[in-house]
Ligand binder design. Structure first.
Ligand SMILES: [Fe+2]
Length: 394
């Protein structure tokens, strides 16, 4: 499976953020390069469906506009002696699908690494949480009635076709969920049939409705939850409130309301004062980092790092990390060294190598301590790598 790039979804980044983000829909025909089924295919969903690990709420089923109760398509299974109560039964899901039900696969980024790479990329670009939902609709069915979502959406059509209608967003967009009757919406601003490989961007709160045409339709609904000023200021205030001065419990009761007025006013004034003193740029950076590391996007390589450390040999090239190391006094061939708050004594020859390595040049493990045989030098290199000072150069 392949992860689409930001440019495939949104086109030119600067142009997208200037003219479309939060403002107007964007329809990009044949936006995906190559075969759209490389991103996710109906065949992939057949495979996923048979994995016992797929359970509600990851897989939800809707028929004629209503949710199908989970017990209609789940059963008990045993995993190493433990009972899992809601394992999806593929045959029952197929039966529902054959009779017109729509399948919704929520948070595919929780199970598919290629989709997770997509949410991670989007979380970085938008400094906001991102989730991917796949919709599989039988031919000729309307999945959901007209509504708007609280999130920005990139609709990626992967197989089949789907007919979309979009309407002008309401005058005030609150970032909520809203439902409409078709009659009250009037003429759509966009009415189009998405083909495999097309991408449609909908800013939050854009009313829409979609229906599959004459074949099974698979699309991804890539959600991005941009944070409004309400959210960002709320987070900033929340941090300020968790400080000295706001930790007392007032006795709030009919009999104390009047007495509490001046204290409330004082606390509000203190909050206002702290808000004024805030380092706004640093706070914005903090909020950006928070958004970029939202749930559902984390990735790591610690197993690989640990395995690579165990495999270090004499010729393995190592380099310094950015972990701060300070060298203190040397005595009897050993140098006191401070790493991550710990003070250790290392051979002075090793300290000299570490100092030399700040230039970024990788050094083979056997030369970390050139005064001893390879095996001991490698041992020291591994110990320093476990402390985070050295890493295997890739
Ligand atoms: Fe929607």
């Amino acid at each position: 499976m392949r992860t689409p790039t930001f440019e495939e979804l949104a086109g030119d980044e600067a142009e997208f953020f200037a003219n479309h983000f939060n403002q107007t829909p964007l329809l990009r025909r044949a936006a995906l390069s190559g075969d759209s089924r490389d991103v996710l295919s109906v065949a992939d969903l057949d495979e996923l469906l048979h994995l016992e690990a797929i359970r509600p709420p990851y897989l939800a089923i809707t028929k004629d506009g209503d949710g199908v109760p989970e017990r209609a398509y789940t059963t008990l299974t045993r995993v190493q002696g433990t009972t899992v109560t809601d394992t999806v039964v593929a045959e029952r899901v197929y039966e529902l699908f054959r009779t017109g039900a729509t399948l919704t696969w929520s948070s595919l980024n929780h199970v598919l690494p290629s989709v997770r790479a997509l949410t991670r990329m989007l979380a970085t670009k938008f400094a906001a949480r991102s989730d991917v939902v796949a919709f599989l609709t039988p031919a000729g069915r309307q999945g959901f009635s007209p509504h708007h979502d609280p999130v920005d959406l990139f609709i990626i059509q992967l197989e089949g076709t789907k007919h979309w209608k979009l309407w002008e967003p309401p005058a005030t967009r609150r970032g909520d969920i809203g439902h409409y009757k078709l009659e009250e919406l009037g003429t759509p601003v966009i009415e189009t049939t998405l083909q495999a490989g097309d991408v449609l961007y909908l800013p939050y709160n854009t009313p829409h409705v979609a229906a599959a045409e004459d074949q099974v339709s698979l699309h991804l609904s890539v959600m991005v939850r941009p944070r409004m000023w309400r959210d960002l200021l709320g987070l900033a205030v929340e941090r300020l409130l968790d400080t000295e001065g706001f930790w007392q419990f007032p006795y709030l009761h009919e009999s104390t309301v009047t007495d509490l007025v001046p204290t409330f006013t004082d606390h509000a004034a203190l909050l206002a004062e702290r808000l004024r003193e805030i380092d706004v740029e640093a706070e914005l950076r903090r909020l950006m980092t928070l958004g970029q590391h939202s749930e559902g996007t984390a990735q790591g390589n610690e197993f690989q790092t640990i395995a690579a450390l165990d495999a270090i040999g004499g010729s393995t090239l190592l380099r310094r990390t950015d972990v701060a190391v300070t060298f203190q006094e040397s005595r009897d061939g050993r140098t006191k060294t401070k790493v991550n708050g710990h003070t250790i004594a290392i051979p002075s020859a090793v300290a000299a190598t570490l100092e030399r390595m700040t230039s970024g040049e990788p050094v083979p493990a056997r030369e970390i301590n050139p005064d001893v045989e390879t095996e001991r030098s490698v041992g020291i290199a591994q110990a320093l790598a476990r402390l985070g000072v050295l890493t295997v150069a890739r």
